[in-house]
Design a protein around this ligand. Structure first.
Ligand code: KG4
Ligand code: ZN
Length: 355
């Protein structure tokens, strides 16, 4: 089975082909970072236009790389939401046109399900596993019990963790996207120099909060003694911020591990997995902390390679393939969804575009 997958819900125009043996036949991606960088964040209208300009070419390139014609694919998948609606519409319309022209089934994939199932593509994991999904738009702990079957244990009550990284980077005068910039700056910094809060730490449950940490970082920056913000201070603040995020994430995840093992006690000889996915999972410091947490609790750890942690087409193609194998296809009347919680039944999502 071969599935073509399209991703366009944020600032990456991507198309990929995967097969049922977990092979990535092609994985084309065009980042719009340079278009958005001057604005310090993603501008939805610029993103939508760029997707429109490039999606056709990216799809053609992916098919070419894979050496596969449309007649040979078994289905076409595209991100159906959640995300910036203009971009999602471009991807869905392209996928619908291909499905119609080639006479292939269409699968509308929840972008979060793409991130959630990536560990099955990269590591061949069985259900169930515990997932920490950390990206620019999302911060959730979920038990992944099957395709379309998710139990949400916690979510952010304010900012997503990637968003917090991006805002922190802006405060420190670092570039966009902020995550990689903070990670780079933090490598040379002293995480203990500034006393930053660990939001939600010690509280029951698995919800997250990052706005207090951002405020504390701003205050620390504003009250710096002379000479103010230089490279050393910047590195120390970045390291302090990253360490605080790591403490918050591991504390919340520890509680989720309890809930997960309660619901799914490990069978003899079969380790349960903690999986980290989403753009922030590219961070090596955070990965190491989470891996240590998992090891301490007798869990195996899996994290897709960084390229498959950030937005990409392969995760959408793979989620599409998993759905297609179960006969879960969508009609050509599927309406893109700006909001689409992963644990909501598919039919319950709104059909109209609301921002
Ligand atoms: O999954 P993703 O590519 O897009 C969304 O669906 O949001 O995630 C992008 C987010 C950005 O906020 C970016 O700053 C963050 O992931 N990110 C990182 C790192 N690389 C990307 N955050 C921390 N450390 C990194 N190395
Ligand atoms: Zn994403």
């Amino acid at each position: 089975m071969i599935v073509l997958g399209l991703e366009s819900s944020c600032d990456e125009t991507a198309a990929a082909l995967v097969d049922g043996d977990r092979r990535i036949l092609a994985d084309e991606i065009l980042s719009q970072l340079d278009d958005h960088r001057p604005y310090g964040g993603i501008v939805p209208e610029i993103a939508a236009r760029a997707h429109l300009d490039h999606m056709d070419g990216i799809v053609a390139r992916a098919l070419d790389r894979a050496g596969v014609g449309l007649a040979e694919i078994d289905g076409v998948a595209a991100t159906g939401g959640p995300g910036l609606i203009g971009g999602v519409m471009v991807g869905m319309m392209t996928a619908k046109a291909i499905a119609l022209a080639a006479g292939k089934p269409l699968v509308a994939v929840n972008h979060l399900e793409g991130h959630a199932l990536t560990a099955r593509l990269t590591d061949g994991l069985d259900f169930p596993y515990l997932l920490l999904l950390v990206s620019g738009g999302h911060c959730q702990l979920l038990i992944v019990e099957g395709v379309g079957r998710y139990v949400r244990l916690g979510t952010t009550i304010d900012d997503a963790v990637g968003e917090a990284f991006d805002k922190a980077a802006k405060l420190l005068g670092l570039g966009y996207p902020g995550g990689p910039e903070i990670e780079r700056a933090a490598a040379a910094g002293d995480p203990a120099r500034f006393d930053l809060p660990r939001p939600m730490k010690g509280r029951p449950g698995s919800d997250f909060s990052f706005s207090g940490l951002k405020t504390a970082l701003r205050r620390a920056r504003e009250t710096l003694p002379a000479p103010g913000l230089n490279d050393t201070v910047r590195a120390d603040l970045a390291a302090g911020f990253q360490a605080a995020v790591a403490d918050a994430l591991t504390d919340r995840t520890a509680n989720a591990i309890d809930a997960f093992l309660d619901r799914h006690p490990p069978a003899a000889g079969e380790p349960r997995h903690l999986v980290v996915a989403g753009g922030v999972a590219a961070n090596r410091f955070l990965r190491a902390r989470l891996e240590a947490l998992a090891a301490g609790r007798g869990l195996a750890f899996a994290a897709p390679p960084p390229r498959l942690c950030t937005d990409n087409g392969a995760m959408i193609a793979w989620a599409g393939l998993e759905r297609l194998r179960l006969g879960l296809t969508d009609g050509l009347d599927f309406a893109p969804r700006p909001r689409w919680p992963l644990d909501a039944p598919k039919m319950a999502a709104p059909k109209v575009a609301v921002q």
